[in-house]
Design a protein around this ligand. Structure first.
Ligand code: HEC
Ligand code: HEC
Length: 361
């Protein structure tokens, strides 16, 4: 931070002395872009409040193929829902990274919930699940969409009865488990194993990280353009994104209030407060992954955002900071936006560089 300031000062002095028009921040950033063509240990230091740095997707873990096959069929089976109209795949669609093309996904009889469907790529890396982190294992989670009246509106018993009635499942359970006992924990385990098997195709950022690790900087320069490397630099430094969006998922797996509670308004969502009941958790949501971001089309827990530039500008203003009005001044539940979000200046070129970097994820 200090270094950037002193460098841009130096650049400005330079343009005053020589009487030429040089965009100081652009100059600083293009130097920075070069600094990423070095081993990661020599990159410019990341934001001082960031615990972790950016990371490539890890190698796939070894899975049980028979369980994956069984789980895949269950995941796509509408027979698991109360009126046989909706499967997991109705909302988690393969062609959009297992998220949904719609902001809100219709469950049985077109019923709509309040939150947008997260993508399922890299889902095995999460230690906390759902937008409000209300559960922490995939196996335990599956019962929730199954029984949610707005999603599949079924019961575990009815789902097991349905599965047992299908000859194809009796055979598949026998192949996967060695006997034909059909139980909910077994079905849930298979569906979880299928979700963990969803591939996470490498993105330009991952190829860049591999090239950096191999110290093949010609290759690194090929896979991430100068503009994209400038964006990486901004992401790790003055824009402060890496404080929360870090690791392979580009999430710190923590909860933050970024000011999108819509407190007292139509789209109000109290986030983790609904689980913990603690006032400090009002409006806290899990940091979402930024992977495959530019190929998804609506963002945030409520899916109300569709413009990445708009999101970047909101962050540059220090995030959304609603002010309490009238009686809200004394309301202990009035949401407080995290202090980790602080305003920063971003030129038009820098905005484009940051967006270009986000598209490599
Ligand atoms: C009607 C649409 C719908 C259906 C059907 C549905 N989901 Fe979801 N899914 C969602 C929504 C919306 C969320 C986010 C809910 C929240 O965070 O409160 C979600 C969240 C999840 C998550 C958490 C992902 C994360 O990043 O934390 C997993 C895993 C998941 N669903 C798996 C499934 C499985 C397995 C099924 C079938 C048994 C299923 N879903 C059926 C809409 C649906
Ligand atoms: C204080 C932690 C924090 C910082 C810093 C931060 N984010 Fe976020 N980000 C979040 C949280 C939490 C959400 C989800 C908020 C919600 O849904 O209400 C989010 C959501 C997003 C989303 C929507 C993703 C999706 O799948 O819906 C994008 C895009 C995003 N952030 C980009 C950025 C960028 C770019 C920066 C840096 C300029 C940044 N974030 C800085 C915590 C942070």
């Amino acid at each position: 931070m200090v270094k950037t300031v002193s460098r841009s000062l130096a650049a400005c002095l330079f343009c005053v002395v020589w009487g030429v028009h040089v965009n100081a921040s652009e100059m600083v950033n293009s130097e920075a872009a070069e600094a990423y063509l070095q081993p990661q240990s020599q990159w410019p230091p990341k934001h001082s409040d960031a615990a972790e740095d950016v990371a490539p997707v890890p190698l796939p873990v070894k899975l049980d193929d028979y369980l994956v096959q069984l789980g895949k069929v269950l995941f796509h089976d509408k027979g698991l829902s109360g009126d046989s109209s909706v499967s997991c795949a109705s909302c988690h669609q393969a062609d959009i990274h297992f998220a949904d093309h719609s902001k809100l996904s219709p469950g049985v009889q077109g019923r709509l919930g309040k939150r947008t469907t997260p993508m399922l790529r890299l889902v095995g890396l999460w230690e906390i699940l759902f937008w409000d982190a209300r559960i922490d294992t995939l196996e335990a989670l599956i019962e929730q969409p199954l029984t949610d009246p707005l999603e599949m509106d079924n019961t575990v018993e009815a789902a097991v009865t349905y599965i047992t009635s299908q000859a194809k499942y009796v055979e598949a359970f026998t192949i996967a488990y060695g006997d034909d006992a059909i139980t909910w924990p077994r079905a849930a385990q298979a569906i979880a194993e299928f979700m963990r098997s969803i591939p996470s195709p490498e993105r330009p950022f991952d190829l860049f990280m591999q090239a950096v690790k191999m110290e093949d900087f010609t290759q690194a320069e090929d896979v991430l353009s100068k503009q994209e490397r400038e964006g990486l630099h901004l992401f790790r430094t003055k824009a402060g994104c890496v404080q929360c969006h870090s690791g392979a998922l580009f999430s710190d797996q923590r909860l933050h209030n970024t000011g999108l509670t819509y407190y007292g308004r139509r789209f109000e969502d109290l986030g983790h407060f609904n689980i913990s009941g603690k006032p400090e958790d009002v409006g806290k949501f899990r940091t979402p992954s930024l992977r495959y971001l530019s190929e998804r089309n609506h963002f945030m827990h409520n899916g109300l955002f569709d413009d990445l530039l708009g999101i970047v500008r909101m962050y540059a203003h220090g995030g959304s900071r609603p002010k309490p009005r009238g009686e809200q001044v004394n309301d202990p539940l009035f949401p407080k936006t995290t202090d980790l979000l602080q305003p920063f200046d971003l030129s038009k070129e820098e905005e484009q560089a940051l967006l270009a970097f986000l598209r490599t994820l």
